[in-house]
Ligand binder design. Structure first.
Ligand code: PEP
Length: 250
């Protein structure tokens, strides 16, 4: 089954508005002939600036999180309604930094996934094991639990707006990458889990990105693997010079 490639940049908590505008403009001009699906996910405060630049281009606008409720007394949170108002199309949920630094559990992430889908967004659901979990032989079990619990109650009709990002936590921002073979094996396993939940046809269709120190010099080997359908890129997404070669991997 041939699936499109989807390369997403998670800008995390970096950049001022001027810096974000500069990067967004560089991406728009250098990716205009890009053949894949692209996303830029800046901090909330930068979204309006980036939205004005990527509007009408082949770069989707993303957010890095959302609140589990639509409105109300939730100091410091940002609602799906506010993200929609800014033109956000995709929300990254369950990123390992949300899970491990901010202690988000599968139930909270699932609530956000369902709310974002209900409001028409595409969701990138991040899953992935810690180093000690991998060393204990639990990588598959962790990814299965996070996938099953993250998708609990998600209807099959909404699955075409769900992307899964496999991001082994030990590879994020560390310069260590899973080997293409190891990553592909977990991607195949996650696809099987989706198959058990939604059937083979949906499993064949779902996009599974790899994330964890993807760089211009390892992107092509990772993307060559059968079950790797793109990348969620952190550090290398902060500069056009490193993101564009990943986005245009050959
Ligand atoms: C990420 O934060 O999703 C990520 C994969 O980061 P990095 O590319 O820096 O490892």
């Amino acid at each position: 089954m041939s699936r499109p490639y989807y390369i997403a940049g998670n800008w995390k908590m970096h950049k001022t508005r001027a810096e974000a505008a500069e990067l967004a403009k560089a991406l728009v001009s250098q990716l205009k002939d890009g053949k894949h699906k692209y996303l830029a996910a800046p901090s909330f405060t930068l979204i309006e600036t980036v939205a004005a630049i990527v509007k009408g281009t082949n770069i989707r606008l993303g957010a890095q999180d959302c609140a589990p409720e639509t409105e109300g007394a939730h100091t410091g949170e940002v609602s799906v309604l506010q993200l929609k108002d800014l033109g956000v199309q995709t929300i990254i949920l369950g990123h390992s930094e949300r899970r491990h630094i901010y202690k988000e559990d599968d139930a909270l992430i699932n609530k956000k996934v369902k709310l974002a889908l209900q409001h028409g967004f595409e969701v990138i659901l991040c899953v992935g094991e810690l180093l000690e979990e991998r060393e204990a032989g639990k990588a598959e079990a962790v990814c299965e639990t996070q996938t099953v619990k993250g998708l609990e109650g998600v209807a099959a009709k909404d699955l075409d707006r769900v992307v899964i990002a496999y991001e082994p936590v030990w590879a994020i921002g560390t310069g260590k990458t899973a080997t293409p073979e190891d990553a592909d094996a977990i991607h195949a396993f996650i696809r099987k889990v989706v198959g058990k939940l939604y059937g083979q046809e949906e499993a064949d269709k779902i996009l599974i990105q790899y994330g964890g120190s993807v760089k211009p010099d390892n992107a092509a080997q990772l993307m060559a693997k059968e079950n790797i359908d793109g990348a969620l890129v952190g550090g290398a997404a902060l500069k056009a010079d490193s993101f564009v070669p990943i986005a245009k991997f050959a």
